[in-house]
Design a protein around this ligand. Structure first.
Ligand code: ATP
Length: 257
């Protein structure tokens, strides 16, 4: 088992693995999750550079959601380790991981239906000492929900709910945002709005790991893509290389391109 000294995530060799001059903010080392006899994540070394948008693609059951849940701490690994921003997260619970700067948004919206948009955005801010009025105004603007601030969340469209939930995560100013299928079930226009929101947060330096099946959306937001298959990293690289890779097309893209 590796110790934190074995891989300093802010230095080489993790930096070299990303191919850029920037530092690595997230690194998993031989991360493994067994469910009984099934190995859902199998010895995965996954690293993400600070400030990048990484998309995680792969067939159903490849282990994408399990990998996200291991990073957030909702699942405990069977083996391996997770390093984030210079810290070993492996033994920390989900709340402590959020305090280190990780936020997550799962596939279906988890907004409070009985509260307004603004009241929803206030919920995560209760546990911070951030300037609430300023953050609220910025977040409403950024998520294009300013005109809906007083609207009940139950009256929002699916796309607006997804943007609201991303906004709730953004109020905490995370360094890393994990998104599980953020545009599933969305119209083209709603998908465009989420892509714009992610790109604008990325322009401000936020790092993303996005699990997604919608390849058009992946093309719009991602520079580098990781392909998972049967719990292992199958390929990694720039989107153009991944889309041109015959083996990737065979196992996955044939159905999703
Ligand atoms: N709690 C669990 N108990 C048992 N098996 C599980 C559990 N969670 C996931 N699995 C299994 O682990 C494997 C990986 O599942 P996972 O949901 O991570 O895949 P995925 O790549 O996210 O798939 P999809 O694209 O369909 O969401 C699957 O075979 C799944 O059935």
């Amino acid at each position: 088992m590796s110790t934190p000294q074995d891989i300093n995530v802010r230095q080489k060799p993790a930096v070299a693995a990303t191919g850029g001059g920037t530092s690595t903010i997230l690194a998993t080392k031989q991360l493994t999750k067994n469910f009984g006899g099934l190995t859902a994540v199998d010895g995965v070394d996954f690293s993400v550079a600070e400030g990048e948008i990484r998309c995680l693609i792969g067939p159903n059951g490849a282990g994408k959601s399990t990998l996200l849940e291991l990073i957030t701490g909702q699942l405990a690994p069977s083996d391996g380790a997770i390093y984030f921003d210079g810290e070993d997260l492996t033994g920390l619970d989900t709340h402590k991981r959020i305090d280190t700067g990780i936020s997550v948004k799962f596939q279906s919206p988890h907004v409070y239906e009985n509260l307004t948009v603004e009241e929803n955005l206030r919920v995560p801010l209760q546990r911070t000492d951030r300037d609430v009025d300023r953050v609220l105004a910025e977040t409403l603007d950024r998520t294009a929900l300013s005109e809906k601030a007083e609207t009940g969340a139950s009256e929002l469209s699916h796309g607006e709910k997804q943007r609201l939930e991303i906004g709730m995560a953004v109020t905490l100013d995370p360094k890393l945002m994990l998104l599980d299928e953020p545009v599933a079930g969305m119209s083209v226009d709603e998908t465009d709005d989420v892509a714009d929101l992610i790109r604008s947060l990325h322009d401000d330096g936020m790092t993303f790991v996005v699990v997604e099946h919608d390849m058009e959306f992946v093309r719009r937001i991602s520079e580098r893509v990781t392909v998972l298959n049967q719990g292992e990293i199958f390929r990694q690289g720039p989107i153009e290389e991944i889309e041109a890779d015959e083996d990737v097309r065979r196992i996955y893209l044939g159905e999703n391109a």
